[in-house]
Design a protein around this ligand. Structure first.
Ligand code: K7E
Ligand code: CUA
Length: 657
């Protein structure tokens, strides 16, 4: 296995402390370097979705540094849609059209990009309800909400006082809250201080964003102020633990330089257990302080027009002001993922540098709290005794445990980044049952419903960082990938590899039947109250207002109205307001004009979208529909004449008689 070995060595260089246990690195091996699926004829059958047939699951994959979410079918691995979220998308005009640009506003100004890691389905009693998908923006801390009936981004809220919103947006059992956290502790509130003062002046916040149960609207309810560690991942409890949220943290050393060494000193870091109902009560009782923060809140209104507002002030709770709100669970060593099993009893942490997987018992945590069974405190937060809260340890699971998902038969599946494998183990006795190599360097993994109260089981999807020799090479950058495994038997079986967009950190899946028939087909034209709507062809017009020219244009198979426009001058700003008059499913029209320097527009049936064009050359410039909409799509075109500044050519345009 030269490839895996080379990769292992590369990783070992970064993690010198692990070289000693390097011999375990290939413990999960077994597959040939090619790693062909065993019994590929049968595997092909299992993932074959016949032409015209539907997949069983929708899977929503994070697009990582592409800032988007992509929608795949499982088991086929076919991609259906890229949903633009934090990044501008010139394919659809998202983040370019006047109606969508406000979605990307932040307190730092307009930001056309982010790093999206964790899709999170909305839920009722810890079961997916098929209404929304949340996802975090890591770099400029944000949480987005996607409406699953139209698969478009509906709302984005910024998280102030945090830096690196990575442990996010994990949801409580009924979306009471989706959470966020500080990955990089910072001066809170932000200030111009010496980095050398890290230990005294840097700290973190855990954020609780309330989700309106009727509309999904998000609001920042409160933050809990924490010691200056790096809060990495989180999960809400369920069942008996449903009033709690768990956050991993590394860098309890509070190092501010060369963390790869300096934050790997402590034998144990911590998982923070936050009793969110207690926190909410303390906030309701007025025990939180108001911090003067600024953050953006962006939402789509009923007319599909985005708005952005800057909110100020956030309630911040000091743990000292709210007894019993927070506890630390000692956790070996630099933990990454923290995951809660379907029953809500077991909390599994993935210590990147640990040689075992610790499994905490929720009932043991409760006993330890009641008995005050602590080993001191950190930052005013009691540290519970490891031996008292641990329900079991999975011994020798492999190297670099990161994330764990669960099936419907009492089994857990943990991704092993360093040894590139999935390890299946039993929640009954914490013994390893099976292991299977992944190609290569698996990060997250996902079982459909694997973080819910009743997982659907059936498959586990490995989300891999490196594909190396798996696909045809494509220059210096090779694709990341997902791998689908059958988990219905005792042994996991590799079925399929498929490439993904950006880095697929996490994904979530739900049965297609839950949302397939709820998909919106058109936007009703009669409900279109966009201020620039052109409801019929007769209403089409071109209006000059000083140097601004507003073009109210309609699109329908297969023409624009108007399609001849004169009287525009160099130096004008032309606003093309396009209304798609179609009321049939899947008949978008596109729009582009020569020299359009931002993006095309793709306008959905019944919708109005506006794009701005600043012609800088005299001439007669064609515009056309970019989406092949009918046999006469190529005829869907027009001309706009641009004259010298101050020209006597008056505004004129043609509409039907
Ligand atoms: Cu492990 Cu951002 Cu959830 Cu990637 S994170 S792997
Ligand atoms: Cu409309 Cu092509």
């Amino acid at each position: 296995m030269p490839d895996k070995f080379t990769m292992w060595r590369a990783t070992a260089r970064v993690l010198p402390g692990l070289v000693a246990i390097g011999s375990l690195a290939c413990g999960g091996g077994g597959g040939s370097a090619g790693g062909a699926a065993a019994g590929s004829g049968q595997a092909a059958q299992q993932v074959y979705v016949a032409p015209g047939s539907y997949d069983e699951f929708y899977s929503f994959m994070s697009g990582g540094f592409s800032g988007q979410v992509s929608v795949y079918g499982l088991p086929s691995g076919r991609m259906f849609k890229v949903i633009p979220v934090f990044s501008q998308d010139p394919e659809k005009g998202y983040g370019y059209s006047d109606q969508t640009r406000p979605m990307l506003m932040t307190s730092f100004g307009f930001i056309p990009w982010d790093d999206a890691h964790h899709p999170q389905l909305s839920r009722v009693n810890a079961e997916p309800d098929g209404r929304w998908l949340f996802i975090n923006g890591n770099n400029t801390p944000r949480i987005a909400r996607i409406d699953l009936t139209e698969m478009e981004t509906s709302e984005i809220i910024e998280i102030p006082n945090a830096a690196g919103n990575h442990a996010s947006p994990f949801a409580t059992s009924n979306n009471e809250y989706v959470v966020g956290a500080t990955r990089f502790s910072v001066p809170t509130p932000q200030a111009d201080v010496s980095i050398a003062d890290y230990k005294e002046k840097f700290s973190g916040v855990l954020s609780f964003v309330k989700v309106d149960s009727a509309t999904g609207a998000m609001s920042l309810a409160f933050q809990v102020h924490m010691p200056g560690y790096d809060y990495d991942l989180s999960r809400a409890g369920k069942g008996p633990s449903k009033e709690w949220v768990f956050f991993t943290s590394y860098n309890t050393e509070q190092a501010n330089t060369l963390l790869e060494v300096n934050a790997s000193q402590n034998d144990k870091d911590v998982v923070a257990a936050i009793h969110w109902t207690v926190a909410a009560k303390c906030v309701a009782d007025g025990k939180a302080k108001s911090w003067p923060s600024r953050y953006a809140h962006n939402w789509m209104d009923a007319n599909h027009i985005a708005h952005s507002e800057i909110l100020t002030g956030v309630k911040v709770l000091e743990v000292a002001d709210c007894p019993n709100v927070a506890y630390f669970l000692p956790t070996p060593k630099s933990p990454h993922g923290v995951d809660v099993d379907p029953t809500g009893e077991f909390i599994v942490a993935g210590g990147k540098l640990a040689s075992l997987i610790p499994v905490f018992g929720f009932s043991k945590i409760q006993k330890a709290i009641a008995a005050n069974d602590t080993v001191g405190s950190k930052g005013g937060i009691p540290v519970l005794k490891y031996e008292s809260v641990i329900a079991g340890e999975v011994q020798k699971p492999g190297l670099g445990p990161l994330h764990t998902e669960f099936d419907d038969h009492g089994n857990a599946y943990t991704s092993m980044f360093l040894s590139s494998e999935i390890v299946k183990w039993s929640l009954k006795d914490f013994t390893v049952l099976d292991r299977v190599p992944t190609y290569y360097s698996i990060g997250h993994l996902m079982v459909p419903g694997g973080d819910m109260a009743h997982p659907y089981g059936k498959y586990v999807v490995a989300l891999n960082k490196i594909t190396k020799d798996r696909y045809l090479p494509t220059g210096p950058e090779l694709t990341q990938s997902a791998q689908l495994f059958d988990i219905t038997g005792d042994k996991m079986k590799l079925l399929l590899d498929f490439p993904t967009i950006g880095e697929p950190h996490y994904a979530q899946a739900l049965p297609a039947s839950l949302i397939k028939d709820k998909q919106l087909r058109t936007y009703p034209l009669a409900d279109n109250h966009d201020p620039y709507v052109t409801p019929t062809e007769k209403d089409a017009k071109v209006v000059r207002q000083g140097k601004a020219v507003h073009v109210y244009m309609t699109m329908i198979r297969s023409h624009f109205v108007p399609d001849n426009i004169e009287g525009v001058q160099v130096g004008d700003t032309v606003y093309f307001h396009l209304t798609n008059l179609e009321q049939d499913w899947d008949v978008p029209h596109g729009f582009a004009v020569t020299g359009l320097n931002n993006s095309e527009l793709l306008v959905m049936p019944g919708q109005t979208r506006t794009i701005t064009w600043t012609p800088n050359r005299v001439g007669v410039w064609p515009f056309y529909c970019t989406d092949f909409c009918s046999a006469l799509h190529q005829e869907m075109q027009g001309y706009i004449r641009v004259s010298e500044p101050g020209s006597s050519v008056k505004i004129s345009f043609n509409t039907p008689k």
